[in-house]
Design a protein around this ligand. Structure first.
Ligand code: ZN
Length: 500
């Protein structure tokens, strides 16, 4: 009886996932290959398909199926019980959003994206402002529809970091801002700066690209079940278990930008490629939160990709790619350059020490906007003041200020905090990995990533969405998630690099 019902549930979920895959493919195309004039049509296509997928997922028949399976949950296998519970969670949430709202949201999202692109071309926030105003209105409406306790921002956070609240983030972020701010001041005041004059050259983009492909392959990215392309903003997307796509951006002036983006997105992609076959096409083939997802990308990018052993291995390969340009550049110089600390304007190019401050600024602005304390029209002014306060830098224009990120253009608020949570989770999890794999750094220095990937597959990836992020971190590390491991890591690494 319940086996039949389960099969029916899986069949329905598979159909929803198939439509979802079409949405994902069209969105991926929008940011990689779509010709500009196709934009309005693409917006409509996405709106139609999203509405269809929403209709299918919120069908009363699916609700009835979940009711019946829920009634008999005592007799379900743990995996099936998890599937039913997680689908129920998504179903109840989706039910709160009327189809007309979903359609309107996606349409406005596409318009906002186009106006954001235009605003960036003209370097004027004002071009984006009216459309952002519309989106913020919709986000507030979304929060009311979904429901919340405390700040309305919590309803939006729930989409990205289930269970997390603005009230919990405020003291956590305040503590980070204080200790990271102090570390940055010590570094700036030390007057020490790594010699990176050698990096100020043109780096052939094809060779950079080839290098990123090689590193992805070494990490264990399965190119038979995924691909890499270029986009303005690097991202990872997943049509299904066997089609996971990453993008990177290649800048001839920046030697590390492409490879670090690829390693970051590669970390996301390995997670997506590591879900269980039996969870395919179901809500269980997903991370429990974006914070945990970011713990994977940030561990690969920062803890591994910005480590000295990593560059001990890749220095030779990079020299092979750029023989005359890297002649005489040592491993230590590469290591120092990839970890150079400098308060700067752009989040995605920010170093590990200053990165969280970029996030905290955005978090404060988002909460203010959603709670109605900050007007969209005042955004550039508030942004620039906070940049001065947290990072001591003057923002010269909107392009390098509040127009730099794609998130708001996508109608996404409540997303930024997950980057910082990812940093915290990554450090805490990595302490446990080093306990389990004492030879890990020797492996990395030899370009062997298999042991690390196996560990992540076993302890993180295969779980899919069976546990919430804090439970995963607790289970793996034996401690509550917190900031200590991260701050300790940061102060050790940069204390040594800068002698502070
Ligand atoms: Zn990421």
């Amino acid at each position: 009886m319940s086996q039949e019902k389960l099969a029916e549930l899986r069949g329905r979920l598979c159909e929803v996932a198939n439509v979802g895959a079409a949405v994902v493919l069209l969105s991926w195309d929008q940011e990689t290959y779509m010709p500009p004039k196709a934009a309005p049509g693409r917006g409509q296509q996405l709106a139609t398909l999203s509405a269809i997928s929403h209709q299918m997922f919120t069908a009363p028949e699916l609700g009835a199926l979940l009711d019946e399976l829920g009634d008999g949950r005592a007799s379900l296998e743990p995996d099936d019980a998890a599937l039913v519970a997680e689908t129920r969670y998504d179903y109840d949430r989706a039910k709160r959003l009327p189809e007309s709202f979903v359609r309107r949201f996606v349409e406005e999202q596409s318009k906002a994206y186009e106006s954001w692109v235009k605003a960036r071309e003209e370097n004027r926030f004002e071009v984006f402002r009216p459309q952002l105003d519309v989106l913020v209105g919709l986000l507030k409406e979304r929060a009311e529809l979904l429901g919340y306790t405390g700040s309305p921002y919590n309803a939006l956070l729930e989409d990205h970091e289930r269970g997390m609240t603005a009230e919990e983030l405020r003291p956590l972020f305040a503590g980070l801002a204080e200790r990271q701010g102090a570390l940055i001041r010590r570094i700036v005041e030390s007057g020490r700066r790594p010699d990176t004059a050698w990096a100020d050259q043109e780096w052939d983009t094809q060779r950079q690209w080839d290098f990123t492909m090689r590193v992805l392959e070494d990490m264990g990215f399965d190119f038979e079940a995924g691909r890499q392309d270029r986009s303005v903003h690097p991202f990872t997307t997943n049509l299904e278990l066997y089609d996971v796509r990453v993008t990177t951006r290649v800048n001839p002036r920046l030697l590390f930008s492409a490879v670090m983006s690829s390693v970051h997105e590669g970390g996301h992609a390995l997670y997506e490629q590591g879900f269980l076959e039996r969870d395919r096409h179901t809500p269980l083939a997903a991370a429990p939160s974006l914070g945990l997802h970011e713990s994977q990308s940030r561990m690969w990018e920062n803890v591994i990709g910005r480590s000295r052993p990593f560059w001990e291995h890749y220095a030779g390969r990079l020299r092979d790619a750029f023989p005359s340009q890297l002649d005489g550049v040592s491993v230590q110089q590469l290591y120092e350059a990839v970890n150079r600390v400098e308060p700067s304007l752009i989040r995605v190019e920010a170093d590990e020490c200053t990165y969280n401050l970029h996030v905290i600024l955005r978090f404060e602005i988002e909460v203010g906007v959603i709670e109605g304390r900050i007007a969209v029209a005042d955004l550039p002014e508030v942004w620039n003041a906070k940049m001065k306060e947290y990072l001591g830098v003057d923002v010269p224009d909107d392009l390098r200020g509040c127009l730099q990120d794609i998130h708001w253009a996508h109608g996404s608020m409540g997303y930024f905090p997950t980057y910082t949570l990812g940093n915290l989770y990554a450090s805490q999890i990595f302490e446990r990995i080093l306990d389990d794999l004492p030879g890990l750094w020797d492996d990395i220095a030899a370009g062997r990533f298999g042991g690390l990937l196996d560990w992540l597959r076993e302890h993180i990836h295969r779980r899919g969405r069976r546990d919430l992020a804090p439970a995963v971190v607790r289970d793996v590390t034996g401690r509550e998630p917190g900031a200590e491991a991260y701050l300790g890591y940061l102060e050790r690494k940069y204390g040594e690099l800068y002698g502070v």
